[in-house]
Design a protein around this ligand. Sequence first.
Ligand code: UDP
Length: 216
Amino acid sequence: MNATLIYEGKAKKVFATENPGQVLVEFKDDATAFNGQKKGQIAGKGVINAKISTHLFRLLESHNIMTHFVDQPSERVLLVKRLRMVPLEVVVRNIVAGSLKQRTGLAEGTSLAFPVVEFYFKNDELGDPLLNDDHIRAMNLASSDLTSRLKHEARHINDILQNYLNDRGLLLVDFKLEFGMADGVLQLGDEISPDTCRLWDRSSGKKLDKDRFRQD
Ligand code: UDP
């Protein structure tokens, strides 16, 4: 693209548009895991993640969830609203996997009695540590009102995605969301794709997400 690059992350590039309230997000084929320690390329990943994100943002919008999604101008690019990001990753878990298994000793695949919401501080130097509500308030990262709105919104999104994927033979094990503000309104940003979700085939248990890359 010949637009002005304003930010390049591990899996995406962000470009300015003529509208200061909107940016273009290009999904790269680069794959990283373990806070960038493992690096690779997966041909076509960017196109697939852009397509899945577009599909799921449209699904959420149809259920009255506010998202940054505006349009998909080309196969690996999304046009989105520019958000002032909350510096937290919001993780929702339905089934034990990944870091929850490490932290609790619960067996992978254990169903949780209710969706567990977690917050991680977006900070590469610190390795995105887990924070609780008090840490978030003490660090002035978000008010307690915003923290409870994030939890409520994340659970609502989980209900919608879980139902949708379940009907298609997929288990939504866990996923990560990022939120931001535009015009004073909280909106869902970033992406929703197999890079940010764990998805298991309901009948075979096969992993259909980034764990395939994490685990070679
Ligand atoms: N996740 C993510 N980005 C991150 C960390 C986690 O998208 O920087 C997603 C991950 O793909 C999984 C969920 O959040 O669907 C929970 O991840 P977990 O805490 O188990 O850590 P991980 O196994 O990714 O280290």
